[in-house]
Design a protein around this ligand. Sequence first.
Ligand SMILES: Nc1ncnc2c1ncn2[C@@H]1O[C@H](COP(=O)(O)OP(=O)(O)OP(=O)(O)O)[C@@H](O)[C@H]1O
Length: 938
Amino acid sequence: MGQRGEAKVSFVNILNYHRELLVSRLRSIQCILDNLSACGFFCEEDVEIIQETVTRTDQVRKILELLQCKGEEACEYFIYIIYKVHDAYIDLQPWLKEINYIPRNDVTLIKVVNTDPISRYCEKLRHEMSRDTCFIMSYGQKEETRLEELYIDTLMELLNDSNESLGFLDRLDQILGDDGVFNPHGETIFVMGDAGVGKSILLQKLQNLWCKKELQTDATFLFKFRCRMFSLFKDKEQVSLRDLLFKYNCYPDHDPDHEVFDYILRFPKKVIFTFDGYDEVQEDLDLMNVPEVVSPEDKAHPLQLLVSLLCGKLLKGSQKVLTARTGIEFQSRVIRKKVVLRGFSLAHLKTYIDLHFKDQKHRELVSVQLEANPHLCGLCSTPLFCWIVFKCFRHLNTMHDSFHLPETSVTLTDIFFLLSEVFLSHSASLALSLLRKSTRCASETFKGGFSTLAAFAKLALQGIEGGSFIFSQEEITACGLTEEELSLGFLRAIRNCDDSATFEFLHITLQSFLAAFALVLNEQAPASSILKFFTQCSRKRDSTCLPFDFCIGCSSKPSEMKPFAANEHFQFTNLFLCGLLAKSHMGLMDHLVSPKILKKKCAILKSYLSTSVKSHLHGLPQYDSDAGKTVHVLPGLLWILRCISETESKEIAQITAKGITAGIIKLGYCNIFSGDCTALNFVLQHRQKLLGLDMDNNNISDYGVKQLRLSFCKMTVVRFSVNNLSDSSIEVLAEELCKHKVVEVLGLYNNHITDVGAKLVAHIIEECPKLRIVKIGKNKITTVGGKYLASAIKKSTSIFDVGMWGNSISDEGAEAFAEALRQHPSLTNLSLSANGITSKGGKCLAEALKENSVLRIFWLVQNELTDDVAPYLAELVRGNTGLSHLWLISNQFTVDGLRQLAEAVAHNTALKEICVKGNQLSEEEEKQFAAEKRLRFH
Ligand SMILES: Nc1ncnc2c1ncn2[C@@H]1O[C@H](COP(=O)(O)OP(=O)(O)OP(=O)(O)O)[C@@H](O)[C@H]1O
């Protein structure tokens, strides 16, 4: 057909032949009529005749009849309209394929205008969303930044069902793709991350890409929602799905037959939903037992609609991207894949500096200052904090020639102090005095802006207490805030669908900071009321950790409140309270609060924290592990550690360090980021005894390791597996561990260590006489690194367990390990699995092992061993008395090779099993071997 067709095709005949199909599938009749009449194929009368016909099918019949009378050209143009307005005639696209339609040149010269409601709605949605998503929020409402000027992809890690890493995404649009899908039946892509790590911005970018048609998807519609709006409805309020979609996005124009909604119902796969901030839903949806809505026509409470959409009961097949703070659980059976945002890497930080500072002088200054301060770098790995620091730097550097980023231990409170200082200095009265570049005096700024600060603090506290994060103009005025103060930057306006003005704090962490400020500033309430949110947190967490109710002056009636599903805003308020009452801020706070009251509040806080930490440590679960008595730290304690560090109180740090009675603390899967390592280091520095630290599966990154530098002198166990570490971390470890030589266990599995890092680990093995266990699997170590490690292991007389799984040391590396194994005195467990070892390397290993009676467990899983190596392994098996387990799963042995091994096993009673599953055997052959009970297949 079409221009390449040989014989002349009759379009009249085609329409005639496929008449019934067209009658049943053609919709969007108006668009057909508009185009046929615009091009003169139909006259006004034709259109009237068709419009007078009542049913859609009759209308189509009429159109086809008329077209056939008008002849070939009209029929061809009709098909061309269906071809051009693809979305509106989606049902007929397979038919076009079936008839092999390719438009001829002549017809393509005739214009087709898309007047279809679906396409028009799609355009409208794209247009409105593009307007809403092209700027990043900024302080000072006049100062906005374009998303594309400042957005960079951050670290996006894929997790499996059990929260184990599946690697990182390279680009944002992969988020909708198949990478990392562990549940193909689930439809919700769950994006997690800490406060300020960039979840909302990620969705904003996704929406913006969709608007610009730059997202790899064929979705016709994208609807965006903020989860917290679902909680704003009254209990009895009910809406329809149609209203929910259109009211909170935009309504279709000229759609008398509701074709848009009809299309959404018929093609849910063409719809993407983004739901931001599931943690902000003020109800526990799992517990709420929300009745599911199954019919799209039913009205229901918006929360019911939300749950039904997420679970696929409504619009099954639509794609959903849901974000939430880390730690928030969501029904795993509906999750398709999980992505956790890990913030900025060092490379991201460099790019972000370049984007942020146009001026080369500033770029260099910031880079140098950050490099000198790993803790600040750690905080800046959270994009929100990074943005605040950079904004403040730019502002204060312009105002005051000599402004530098804080040099020593900068805390989160310091960052929010800076931000508040910048906001307050925007105030007209203050700005006047600061117009001339002058020496910076933060206390003057705070004193000058005291009433403004107090009013914002009051508003923030009211919000935190009442579980409300959106403020009306009336509430703002009631706190004494003026129009001018509103534009300082603390608050930003939210566009409501009814165009009423409401506001929210720039970020909820800022609200927490200001709420903490209010607690400190309030001289009327009993001093003990500063602890009210600590009590909230412990109530939520665990009733056994509640020995402190007695000291709370005024109860905030938690049962009447509806806290967010997460209570992080309370935790942040507590954290900032500790920061504001820290010694380093006393000088400033003394200008704002009566020193007597301040002193009293400090004493109450310290007393609370020391009692709290004791009680927490006392209640922690302890168990005996291979490495000694281990205590498993709970997330609640992590927040206390953060608070202690923020108070900078050595006294409480000492109490904490002393209170850890176990030899090892386990902080696995606690979502620890680099900034937390400062808190840990602060406490651990006060510990006298040795201690093991198991922090596997967190996100401490290189900055975190640098922060822990002073604590390595007492660390017997260093477990930092799955923590995004590069060689620069290993440099710090090598320096410190080799200096103090107390380390016994080194876990570095699944990081980004290359041969450079492997050489440093080899150095640690050589230098640390107590080192027994080294796990360095799943890194980027090649033959070169493998040789360094093997040579170090050869010299060590303490090493006992080495895990090298998932590197690529290949045969040459295996040969080096063979040399190390020959007569090794201590190594009992070695994994060289998944290292690209062929039979050549296998032979060397088998030969060397003949001279070793110490190695008990040997892993050679997922290599490329063939039957060639079988005789050597068989000989080894016959003669070796030490080996108890040999793992040969997923190699390339056939029946012949395995038979030799099976016969050898029969001669060795010490060898408990050889596991050979996943080699080249048929099921039948596997069964036969298994029956003989010589080899294991599971
Ligand atoms: N990928 C990014 N590129 C550039 N800037 C970013 C990025 N991600 C976050 N930011 C900066 O950090 C700020 C906070 O990010 P965002 O609001 O998306 O965090 P969040 O994870 O949604 O936080 P919360 O859980 O508290 O809502 C943004 O306004 C922006 O200034």
